[in-house]
Design a protein around this ligand. Sequence first.
Ligand SMILES: CC(C)(COP(=O)(O)OP(=O)(O)OC[C@H]1O[C@@H](n2cnc3c(N)ncnc32)[C@H](O)[C@@H]1OP(=O)(O)O)[C@@H](O)C(=O)NCCC(=O)NCCS
Length: 421
Amino acid sequence: MSTAHLSLNDKNFEFPTFAGTEHELAIDCGKLRGSTGAVTYDPGYGNTGSCKSAITFIDGEKGILRYRGYPIEDLVGNVKFTQVAYLLIHGELPTTTEFDVWRNELTQHSLVHESMLNFFDHFPVTAHPMNILASMISSMSSFYPQDGEDEDKLNLNIMRLVGQVKTLAAFSYKKSVGQPVVYPRTDLSYSANFLRMMFGLPTEEYEVSPVIEKALDALLILHADHEQNCSTSTVRMVGSSRANLYASISAGVNALWGPLHGGANQAVLEMLEMIQADGGNYKKYVEKAKDKDDDFRLMGFGHRVYKNFDPRAKILCTAAEEVLNELGVSDPLLDIAKNLEEIALSDPFFVERKLYPNVDFYSGIIYRALGIPTEMFTVLFSIGRMPGWIAHWLEMRSDPDGRIHRPRQIYIGETERRLNV
Ligand SMILES: CC(C)(COP(=O)(O)OP(=O)(O)OC[C@H]1O[C@@H](n2cnc3c(N)ncnc32)[C@H](O)[C@@H]1OP(=O)(O)O)[C@@H](O)C(=O)NCCC(=O)NCCS
């Protein structure tokens, strides 16, 4: 492998390089500060490889997304979200026997600790479900044992997290609308269970629509992992201090909540509502997004990594069409969304900056068509992302190069000054 040369202050330094399995070249600058006295400056970490990872591969230029080597296009529609969860966490798709055991265990662990139900009553009705979810996941570490690296207990905690996240999510919604919670059932699939807990009532039977179940499963798969994004990096960073799995994941949920990350799917719908309330004048908002003196951005457009197209958005664009047709939904907000999409794909401002509709643009539209309330959109993202967070936490814990995450800074404040005493 080639060597990187750095010339600094009339001195020459050499740094080893290495490549990943997809030929991504990295300069190992682990000894940079020790040998040169300098540090790298990389705001937003756009050029920094924070770890080696074998979980997800993204090629933003070519629009490729693969989980453990499998293209996302192969997984969606062909396997279930729970199989993908197993794949991400264990490295391989489960055999039929492994899947039966895994599915059964996830179902057994989908009931939340009964005492935790009291917590829901004490949040104000205005509480955002992402905040409730993060708090609930954090409090799971009080209810379930955290015995360091004990593999059996760790496995149990993993199943509790994947199994219970959908229950906690549905319960937080039920509490927010003042309805009784609906417990999970062992005979339903992961997605069907979530839908029944969200929309069902204890007083009557709830029939899960196969169209909605399929669409939800696809959405969960598409959100299951996305390598070192903000929330996953947060999970790794918190976990690097040897904080327990629940504490690390709850930090990830909080990171995901932000509107520049997972919160964008809610922001998309809020933007569409704002445009509708303003007489549907979407062109005015396109102009605002292009105006350098205006902070407004078209939510659901652009991506740090994907610069040609977001492969998840491509799948969801077709899925949105199918879901809307099959459910016979007609919605003025969706017409505004279509108009924005059309303009953004042809206007030079967006084309030159490669600002394509991203996953949050279409997921928001589908969630709305499925009848999911806007405030729950990012919660749905969290359910999907759970196996990815867990897989990264496990990988980080077993990384032989792993150390507590502790970046440096370039201090730009006052130099030493003294009190006049
Ligand atoms: C996703 C996002 C945070 C990526 O940010 P980034 O990689 O740091 O890109 P930048 O902020 O440097 O933007 C590059 C250029 O595109 C413009 N831009 C980026 N996203 C834009 C948007 N959604 N609307 C209008 N302009 C946008 C920027 O103003 C900048 O223009 P300039 O080069 O003339 O200064 C950004 O595109 C964004 O804010 N999108 C909207 C929120 C969103 O949908 N988030 C979910 C991501 S999955």
